[in-house]
Design a protein around this ligand. Structure first.
Ligand SMILES: [Zn+2]
Length: 240
């Protein structure tokens, strides 16, 4: 085995997923998260917004929807075996990659000290003929990547975090949800039942039939590229 091979498979044990909305992570990477949790990793979700806009129901209110979506995400987290779920509760559909958001994500990185962090892409893609992408997803991706590097690492940025007792932390790898440039495919075949169950916990956002159909369709498309029945695809950046 060459030194490069050793570097390919380090003994990581802490993961973090930062996404804009409750349900985002369970749509895109719940198979990988289920696998990590089954392997004994401590995994934390950080959701940037309160999810208060995601309903067409004329009877629904923002605060009530936030409460429902918090509980749905906590239920999904129990199924997956998450260590912790953090809600930053920025207003849904108005997320910006501000310094305040960057600081709040940095706080969670320094507190939970992930080896590998999964986030959304900050770049709008036009390869899909049916989906434009949500502006909150791009904002969350930009703020998260900027929190990983350089802010979580640099002790003199946001000194208030040091005063809170949170020491700098270097994330080792970032896995970005960027199917166009994917170079990391995780075999999630054995974790599909758990992943789909986690998505189904978001009852205000998805029907059981939609969850079954789309989770399997997207993961079988990704898996077909690398010879797995079901896979999740990421752009992997190793920070050393
Ligand atoms: Zn979303």
């Amino acid at each position: 085995m060459s030194p490069e091979d050793v570097k390919e498979d380090p003994p990581y044990c802490r993961g973090m997923v930062v996404m804009a909305h409750p349900d985002d992570a369970d749509w895109v990477c719940s198979g990988t998260v289920a696998k990590w949790c089954a392997q004994g990793w401590e995994v934390v979700y950080v959701l940037c917004t309160d999810g208060s806009k995601g309903s067409d129901d004329p009877e629904m209110t923002g605060p009530r929807l936030t409460e429902i979506r918090h509980q749905e995400q906590l239920n999904a987290g129990k199924l997956l075996g998450l260590r912790h779920v953090v809600f930053l509760d920025y207003p849904d559909a108005a997320l910006q990659p501000t310094l305040e958001l960057r600081r709040d994500i940095t706080r969670e990185i320094r507190r939970h000290r992930p080896d590998v962090l999964i986030c959304s892409s900050p770049v709008r893609s036009f390869t899909s003929s049916s989906y434009l992408g949500h502006p909150d997803h791009f904002a969350a991706g930009e703020a998260t990547l900027s929190a990983v590097y350089p802010t979580a690492r640099d002790r003199l940025t946001f000194p208030e975090l040091l005063e809170e007792g949170l020491q700098p932390h270097k994330v080792r790898e970032v896995w970005i949800m960027d199917r166009d440039n994917a170079d990391q495919y995780v075999d999630v075949t054995d974790y599909m039942d758990t992943a789909i169950a986690a998505l189904k916990a978001h009852q205000s956002q998805v029907t059981e039939e939609e969850a079954d159909t789309y989770m399997r369709r997207w993961r079988s498309e990704a898996g077909a590229k690398v010879g797995f029945k079901y896979a999740e695809a990421f752009k992997r950046v190793r920070l050393g």
